[in-house]
Design a protein. Structure first.
Length: 129
């Protein structure tokens, strides 16, 4: 499955969830929902690393919840990007993969070398995140 296909499938689920619960998915909702999911990921991360109470959860349960929360964060990023018209594959290529010198250049993507040049000219903007 590619990222675009995954995004469309996640979008369908998100729309169903919103309709079922009477939620208007506006700009604010997308950001706050992502923040909520990051908070849940943070909470389970702290529990599994012994930096917060486990609340009776087993190590296996915490591992499963950690994986689930990572998926929730990714899915919220996908639907938020879609909502704002951001092509994540293009942006990942431009921001991250341009630095992979072992990766062959894609001839149909002339913006790749231009993006690398632009990013190299402004290394303070490139922090790997």
């Amino acid at each position: 499955m590619n990222l675009r296909q995954l995004t469309e499938e996640v979008e369908a689920v998100s729309k169903l969830y919103a309709a079922k619960h009477g939620i208007e998915r506006d700009d604010t909702w997308f950001l706050l929902k992502l923040q909520e999911e990051i908070g849940e990921l943070t909470q389970v991360f702290l529990m599994r690393s012994g930096q917060a109470r486990r609340k009776g959860r087993s190590a296996d349960g915490l591992e499963a919840q950690f994986r689930a929360e990572l998926a929730d964060v990714l899915c919220q990023v996908l639907v938020m990007a879609r909502h704002h018209g951001v092509d994540l594959e293009t942006e990942i290529e431009r921001k991250w993969l341009v630095w992979n010198t072992a990766r062959p250049s894609v001839p149909s993507r002339p913006e790749t070398s231009a993006a690398r040049t632009e990013l190299q000219a402004a290394p303070s903007d490139v922090d790997g995140t």
